[in-house]
Design a protein around this ligand. Structure first.
Ligand code: V0V
Ligand code: CO
Length: 142
């Protein structure tokens, strides 16, 4: 079902400061930036490697406000790992399969994600406390 880890999302207060930290510490490069109003985030993707069906990345996330998923996470838990995203060939199909196993879906259908991807989230309480994202690359080229 999963082809690779697409990205690990990190919640942070100050995106620019954390981009600089990851660039100088790990020699990573930002390959995309986006404000995603629907998800309530400003985000940056730092490229790690290329893999089956697309690349793998660190995603740095700054909330657009306190009343957003990442804003509430920061208030409760502080900065840290927010979610793990898996690359799948077909996110609609993966949602059907996983939903059929009784896992609560936070998205019934795919939404717009970073770099033109289609994304959907699974409830962390049903996946060992891990907020899980499914990612379908736009054309297997990411
Ligand atoms: C909240 N909880 C988490 C969590 N966020 N557990 C693990 N990992 C997280 N990231 C726990 C929280 O501690 C509570 O447990 C419980 O879930 C309910 O949380 P809440 O404080 O009521 O917070 P809400 O209202 O934000 O609800 C949490 C969920 C929400 C996960 C349902 O954040 C959500 O729908 N997230 C999906 C969308 C998202 O995260 N978008 C931002 C990334 P206790 O304390 O009651 O035990 S956007 C992105 O990745 C993009 C665009 C991309 O990749 O392209
Ligand atoms: Co993500």
């Amino acid at each position: 079902m999963f082809m690779r880890i697409d990205h690990v999302g990190i919640a942070c207060h100050d995106l620019e400061e954390k981009i600089a930290l990851f660039e100088r510490t790990f020699d990573l490069t930002v390959v995309a930036r986006e404000v995603n109003e629907e998800q309530g985030v400003k985000e940056a993707m730092l490229h790690i490697a290329d893999g089956e069906g697309g690349g793998s990345y660190i995603q740095l996330l700054e909330p657009l406000g306190p009343d957003t998923p990442v804003g509430r996470f920061l208030a409760k838990r502080g900065e840290g790992v927010h979610h793990v995203a898996f690359g799948v060939p077909d996110v609609t199909r993966a949602l059907e399969e996983i939903g059929g196993k009784g896992i609560r879906l936070l998205d019934e259908k795919p939404r717009h994600g970073s770099m033109g991807s289609s994304i959907a989230f699974l409830h962390p309480k049903d996946v060992a406390g891990m907020l899980t994202e499914l990612v379908q690359a736009p054309d297997q080229r990411r």
